[in-house]
Design a protein around this ligand. Structure first.
Ligand code: ZN
Length: 491
């Protein structure tokens, strides 16, 4: 071949047969797909879990710093502010700062003092009042007074001036319409108020997790304790905790006062901010189709965590820095993708989830796109530890879910299962349920088959419990399937 022939061939390749030199749509998508890096995603999660954001307690200044950091990322990638020129959507969010890990001291039947250990035996109450309280104890089961259900945990006991031991939950476990009757009593806030109404001076909650989804009531001091500690206190009174719990599950309200010599003392140091505000971070990638751009797909996940207790950080790495990192990864990919979404894509990093789903409730009451134009929402919560995927409600929306299945089958090859939507007759427990109740086709993405232990709402929920490989694949799954849903004109 001489130079003249070579020139002719090049001319043919470059100009006559553009298929040779131009990338196909799939090639363009794959280029972006492969740019999603586990290294970068882990970096996002590490940033958000770092001590400077103090565990991202919704309402706190450090939460706002984390929100601003995420908004800066959106801006850097060309994702537009979605709320009338702002990346933020604000809502009221009272909160309490826990300034010390406090103290929990037990005085036994025989007068022996035990200093319980943080965080193995107890955790301070996220909304406890500040100060100290000590006294005799009364076990009140679920702490529910429901005359219409002929149920009262307080009926045979006097808790005035005493410290109650309380369980979370309600005495009904089936998810059916009967549960609806118990739902108002399932809220921690209800239980706290009912305890105060009956004159309790303080409380130990037999559910040892950090939990801002409670309420700050004047002078009401409380802490969370482990089941092991309750067992010990019961044993000291000659009671079998497991047997009592069985009675409780049978709706027998087995409340009783512990022995008079047994005493507990709780010390807490907190600061209450009743008028605080918090924020959803909202970023928009406008669709390219003149008609379809009025329809939107929402990718969301909560940015907030449980905060910090004294000097002890609750990093919330899996819950939910992982989900936010996945969303940021997908957002960046969608923003840089040469193949653009025809429908609009709205990213919401939700605030106030841990305090009681404040941010998602605020969004559905003040949506940035009409609800009927919202084609779907996918919520990510704890998506960063495991080897497989689970898509909640995927089976109920086959025309949406098929895009996720195709993406996984063709490019990711992870085990992926889906469930059908099942109405929850109990208390809503996730942002997804709020979007679902508002009438939006909502999916939930989780990782399955944990590689590392899951330290739910504990200081050990650190960056080292994340599996960056699945985070990369979660972002890739989102990128491929959301782009595909956004461009499916048949939807
Ligand atoms: Zn969460």
């Amino acid at each position: 071949m001489n130079y003249k022939h070579l020139f002719c061939l090049l001319f043919f390749v470059l100009f006559v047969f553009p298929g040779f030199s131009q990338e196909t749509e799939t090639e363009k998508i794959l280029k972006t797909f492969h740019s999603i890096s586990s290294h970068e995603l882990l970096g996002f999660a590490e940033e958000l879990s770092s001590p400077k954001y103090k565990g991202r307690l919704s309402g706190s200044p450090e939460y706002l710093d984390a929100a601003k950091w995420c908004a800066d990322k959106f801006a850097e990638w060309g994702i537009k502010p979605a709320n009338a020129g702002s990346y933020f959507q604000d809502f009221p969010n009272e909160y309490s700062e826990v300034s010390s890990v406090g103290k929990l001291v037990y005085s036994s039947q025989k007068g022996k003092e035990i200093n319980y250990r943080f965080p193995d035996d107890y955790l301070p109450g996220s909304n406890s009042a500040s100060g100290s309280v000590s006294g005799e104890m009364v076990y009140v089961g679920y702490g529910i007074t429901a005359p219409e259900l002929n149920y009262d945990d307080f009926k045979n006991v006097d808790v005035k001036g005493k410290i109650i031991i309380l369980e979370s939950g309600v005495p009904y476990t089936k998810n059916d319409t009967t549960l609806t009757k118990w739902t108002p009593y399932a809220y921690h806030r209800y239980k706290f108020k009912n305890a105060v109404k009956h004159g309790a001076a303080g409380m130990i909650y037999a559910s040892k997790i950090a939990n801002p989804n409670t309420v700050n009531l004047d002078d009401f001091i409380y802490a969370h304790i482990s089941n092991k500690v309750v067992e010990q206190i019961f044993a000291d009174a000659g009671k079998d905790y497991k047997a009592v719990k069985k009675l409780l599950q049978k709706r027998e309200a087995p409340s009783f006062a512990l022995n008079k010599n047994q005493k507990i003392s709780i010390s807490a140091k907190t600061k209450y901010f009743p008028n605080a505000k918090s924020y959803n971070v909202v970023g928009l990638l406008e669709g390219t189709d003149p008609v379809l751009k009025d329809e939107v797909i929402i990718i969301g996940g909560h940015l907030d965590g449980q905060g910090q207790m004294g000097e002890v950080l609750f990093p919330g790495a899996l819950d939910n820095a992982s989900g936010v990192a996945d969303i940021l990864g997908a957002a960046k990919a969608l923003a840089f993708s040469e193949v653009k979404p025809k429908r609009s894509v709205l990213f919401i990093l939700i605030g106030g989830e841990e305090c009681g789903l404040y941010g998602s409730k605020f969004y559905v009451e003040n949506p940035l796109f009409p609800i009927e134009k919202t084609k779907m929402m996918i919520n990510l919560d704890m998506v960063g530890n495991g080897t497989g995927f689970f898509v909640a409600s995927g089976k109920s929306f086959p025309e949406i879910y098929k895009h996720f299945e195709d993406a996984n089958d063709n490019f990711l090859h992870r085990t992926m299962n889906a469930s059908e939507t099942r109405k929850n007759y109990g208390r809503p427990r996730s942002d997804a349920s709020i979007f679902e109740d508002a009438g939006i086709n909502t999916l939930g993405l989780w990782t399955r088959n944990s590689v590392f232990p899951v330290h739910y709402h504990l200081p050990m929920d650190k960056i080292n419990v994340l599996t960056p490989e699945i985070m990369e694949d979660a972002a890739k799954l989102l990128y491929l399937s959301i782009l595909s849903v956004a461009n499916d004109e048949g939807l």
